[in-house]
Design a protein around this ligand. Sequence first.
Ligand code: ATP
Length: 333
Amino acid sequence: MEWKIATYASHSALQILKGAKDEGFKTVAFGREKVKPLYTKYFPVADEYLIGECPEEELLKRNAIVIPHGSFVAHLGIEKVESMKVLYYGNKAVLRWESDRKLERKWLEKAKLKIPRVYNDPDNIDKPVIVKFHGAKGGKGYFLAKNPEDFWTKAEKAGIKNKEQLKEVQIQEYIIGVPVYPHYFYSKLNDGLELMSIDRRYETNVDGIGRILARDQLELSLENSYVVVGNIPIVLRESLLMKVIEMGERVVKAAEKLMGGLWGPFCLETILTDELEFVVFEISARIVAGTNPFINGSPYTWLKYKKPMSTGRRIAIEIKQAIEENRLDEILT
Ligand code: ATP
């Protein structure tokens, strides 16, 4: 039986499909008609392009294995992804853990990672906080506050007038440091963790505010926003790598106990402080767009592989191995 690799045409799809083709798979992209030329003409990584949000029947007919990514899950919603009959690479049970902030914290705590403090009562704010709206895309509407008074002034502007409305937000300790996002791949078939690459996001307007004099910033009364527009590669000090790897190992171990495992690509979103401590504020349990600068491999994959190795290609290799060893059922849900 011939298997095809399919994904929704957005986010990291170019990389996923290129990696699949490099490993000899036929590829299928599906999604909006408008972006079809991207996948078939300008970057011809899709052997076939299906129009539609998730053309399940067509995918089933083609024996397609769907590779999930952030836009795919955000676009379809968790319920739809959970009920899909098309073969899905990864553990669907992870989706709930990742999307519910309380479960996500439980997972990170179980992995013994340092996470930002959360304030349930804004009147207890005693250090700078970042206020996050549930389901906000691209950090829209997030604001920083330095004390309870500052919180309530800004919260009111955002439509939160009393403590009952607080369930719409999470108030997180603001960690001073730099963002560092390591990307991992855990091979379930070989029981091995790999560090694939590391990035930081390029976000507007927060990454542009430093280009304006502090005096002018005050006069313009600017607010931060965190709309991602791209990703920038990072190579870490070598002395930090062991810490990064240990964090990944612990997340995988905790997932085995909590939800039957996490396999394939995942990413920890961290802030690295000047004490050289990683504080993890989020986990993405699938391929992240931060792997896109590394279609030809990263310094870390180059240390391990003798050929260019993207995360997309690594996924295809895992699926190929599973097909050869007749173990597909171990990695698909
Ligand atoms: P995602 O798209 O990953 O689901 P998002 O874009 O909605 O998330 P976050 O990634 O949670 O929002 O946060 C946006 C930005 O705010 C991040 O790039 C990060 O640099 C910064 N940030 C988030 N939490 C903290 C924190 N606790 N301390 C310092 N900075 C933070």
